[in-house]
Design a protein around this ligand. Structure first.
Ligand code: NAP
Length: 311
């Protein structure tokens, strides 16, 4: 189905995309924003946000996402829940094709598709996904009340999620491959004060086992090379993120990990296609930065459209 052309199509409805839509709307651009699953994106993988300026008390992530969405709508952006599978180019026109077989056209595109979790790649992980294996503590934590669980990872996400999960679980074993955590100091302090947490340093999960559901994990100590079986009801994996750029990888320059390379106006290697937020190479993965980049991308689009239309 062919739609009337927009000035700008934004792909991704997290903080970067929604802020871009807000700024584009206020600049009078006819803006469409497409989101494949949930408005707020990765924001919704957290319960409360402590480091978004303007909120002395932590703000609920779902609330912040809801307000960002309403604000984008208020200034005229059209929001649709569709997954983009391809972008074609016809001269200066961008043709955006969605999974729902709709075709949208615009002169400018902003990619704000963010990232998704990495997988461990061990036996049992995929087989037991949703049966005790999870990548989202905020979503699944309450299902593990009074149970023993394993968390894998040592970055900010693993630490934040462990703190959240500690409210439900009877006992958590955090498995980290080094002897030092990567996450922020403040989160480390909170982690070390948890009563129901043990840390297994220099260790990796080699297998997740269970018939119908997770029953335990095999863990190998990288120093001693010894392997042991730990019984648990759930395994939460937070070992970093990878960019959501599969749909665009043929069209624009990406770095070795698939993150989008842009110039300082956030334009990609393809004229008229911009990128902002976590999906961009070297972007500081913080909500406040995603919003700032969303604003800059919209400003750059505004200027780009003026230049194209002035010929
Ligand atoms: P991350 O910072 O890349 O941390 C990933 C963690 O997983 C690291 O501790 C890493 O170990 C470990 N790891 C990676 N691959 C592994 C493997 N195959 N097996 C076992 N362990 C593995 O990822 P993240 O925690 O998802 O955070 C992503 C970005 O978002 C970061 O920039 C982070 O600061 C940001 N973030 C910020 C907040 C906040 O400000 N509140 C919250 C969440 C995320 P090593 O340490 O040995 O590399």
């Amino acid at each position: 189905m062919k739609e009337k052309p927009h000035d700008l199509i934004i792909i991704g409805g997290g903080p970067a995309g929604l802020t871009s839509a807000l700024y584009a709307g206020r600049a009078g651009l006819v803006t469409l924003i497409l989101e494949k699953s949930t408005w707020g994106g990765k924001l919704l993988f957290t319960e409360r946000i402590e480091n978004y300026p303007g909120f002395f008390e932590p703000v609920f992530a779902y609330k912040l996402a809801e307000e960002m969405k309403k604000q984008a709508e208020k200034f005229g952006a059209e929001l649709r829940e569709e997954e983009v599978i391809e972008i074609d180019l016809k001269g200066k026109e961008k043709i955006v094709i969605t999974h729902q077989e709709r075709i949208y056209r615009s002169l400018a595109v902003v990619i704000a598709t963010g990232t998704r979790h990495k997988e461990l790649g061990v036996p049992g992980e995929m087989e037991l996904l949703g049966k005790g294996v999870s990548y989202c503590g905020t979503c699944d934590g309450p299902l593990f009340k009074d149970k023993e669980i394993i968390v894998v990872g040592g970055g900010d996400t693993a630490l934040e999620e462990t703190i959240f999960l500690s409210r439900f679980a009877k006992r958590i074993i955090l498995i980290h491959r080094r002897d030092k955590l990567r996450g922020t100091k403040l989160l480390q302090e909170k982690i070390f004060s948890l009563k129901n947490l043990e840390i297994s340093w220099n260790s990796v999960v080699t297998e997740i086992t269970g018939k119908e559901r997770v029953e335990g994990v095999k863990v190998k100590n990288l120093k001693s090379e010894k392997e042991e079986f730990l019984s648990c009801a759930g395994v939460f994996i937070f070992i970093g993120v990878k960019p959501e750029t599969g749909f665009i990888k043929e069209r624009i320059k990406l770095d070795g990990e698939g993150f989008i390379i842009t110039d300082d106006k956030l334009q990609t290697s393809q004229e008229g296609i911009f990128a902002c937020g976590d999906v961009r190479r070297n972007s500081l993965k913080q909500i406040v930065n995603a919003c700032a980049e969303g604003a800059l991308a919209a400003k750059s689009v505004e200027k780009y459209l003026e230049e194209v239309r002035d010929g």
